[in-house]
Design a protein around this ligand. Structure first.
Ligand code: SF4
Length: 367
């Protein structure tokens, strides 16, 4: 059977203020939300819409888009219209782009009010955001800390980042605006952890967590898992983004693996596979990779095992709902540790196992 508590969150999360990004609740009792950002040109409506849809299919719940100019802002209405998930416009410095984005129906802004050119412009943006119930995310990173704070703290230290964020927050609070989310990203895992811990002690706004510029797929996933894992374990984090120098769709899979390993969220099948050893007689690594890839957009929660040998495979993977174990040029399919089928010929392992998986999924969906 399932591990005890497998379906329930076991970590105690900090109780933050609940806000709404479009239809998606963030903070409070809401689950930790998975976010990402498109990396195509926002001015290209078709490309941006396609990527938003692809991210949503993979389980991304909120998508952010860079809005560098008026043409990008002008594309937002059409992208928003087609999007199955709430969208956030990422804006630097130019408050007119923020107004255009709100006009286009964007669900939230990422903008730092201290950087948009004065109190009057902040007034306008905050009023427009409030009218449309669009929250504002303040995003401080080590590069955006103000000069006076850098001088006072001797660099973009975690304390300096927190002070910087609180400065922006104050500008919104003074206007009676509290639909706020905050992020403090550093490319240093330790700085990121320290900064969020300090901030979490000072505010009860929901926090968007991430390690920025984390790198390519493997190092980026590891840095994110360590940094975000430590924070989530301490109950900190209401939305998260795994930043990778890679196709953003991969970020979603990594994000859910992090959340799953902490018992916070479950989405999609968990593919467990053995590390292979001298007993392995099939091309297991390629098989496991391919099974994982083909299940990418499946939202149902179950366990799949891909094991190298019949000796230990089904036994070691007894808790798997469905699995395959390789033999010499052959394989067996098992469900909950019971062998249900033999497959002959190594070339048949993948197609035949995929058929078994389709069957399993059809049964699961009919339940
Ligand atoms: Fe080796 Fe079999 Fe264990 Fe895989 S399941 S690591 S092949 S003993």
């Amino acid at each position: 059977g399932r591990e005890k508590g497998y379906d329930r969150p076991m970590l105690k999360r900090k109780n933050t203020r609940a806000i709404k990004v479009g239809t998606v609740g963030v903070g409070g009792d809401n689950p930790v939300r998975v976010q990402s950002m498109t990396n195509v040109d926002t001015r290209d409506v078709a490309a941006a819409s396609a990527q938003v849809a692809e991210l949503a299919r993979a389980g991304c719940e909120i998508v952010r888009l860079a809005v560098p100019d008026e043409q990008a802002a002008a594309s937002l209405a059409a992208i928003r219209e087609a999007s199955p998930v709430p969208l956030i416009a990422d804006i630097h410095f130019d408050h007119r782009l923020a107004l255009m984005a709100l006009e286009a129906g964007i669900d939230g802004l990422r903008i730092n009010p201290g950087n948009i050119g004065g109190e009057a412009k902040v007034d306008t943006v905050v009023r427009a955001a409030a009218e449309r119930a669009a929250p504002i995310r303040i995003g401080v990173n080590s590069g955006s800390v103000e000069k006076d704070l850098l001088a006072r703290y001797g660099g973009p230290t975690p304390q300096a980042m927190v002070e910087s964020a609180l400065g922006h927050v104050g500008m919104l609070e003074r206007r009676g605006f509290y639909d706020i989310k905050i992020s403090l990203k550093s490319s240093s895992v330790l700085h990121t952890i320290e900064a969020y811990r300090l901030l979490s002690d000072r505010v009860d706004y929901p926090l968007h967590i991430g390690v920025t510029e984390a790198g390519t797929l493997l190092p980026g996933a590891v840095k994110s898992a360590v940094g975000l894992g430590v924070l989530l374990f301490q109950g900190i984090g209401d939305t998260l983004r795994v930043s990778l120098t890679h196709d953003p769709v991969a970020e979603i899979g990594v994000a859910y693996e992090i959340l799953r390993s902490l018992g916070l969220r479950q989405r999609g099948p968990e593919v467990i596979s053995c590390p292979t050893c001298g007993r392995t007689e099939i091309g297991l690594i390629a098989l496991a990779e391919e099974v994982q890839k083909r299940l990418r957009d499946v939202p149902e929660v179950f366990k799949v095992a891909v094991m190298g040998c019949v000796v230990n495979g089904p036994g070691e993977a007894r808790e798997a709902d469905i699995g395959i174990a390789g033999g010499r040029g052959s394989g067996i399919v098992f469900r909950k540790g019971e062998v249900v089928r033999k497959i002959r010929g190594e070339e048949n392992l993948l197609p035949e196992f995929m058929k078994e998986l389709d069957l399993f999924l059809a049964e699961l969906r009919a339940r």
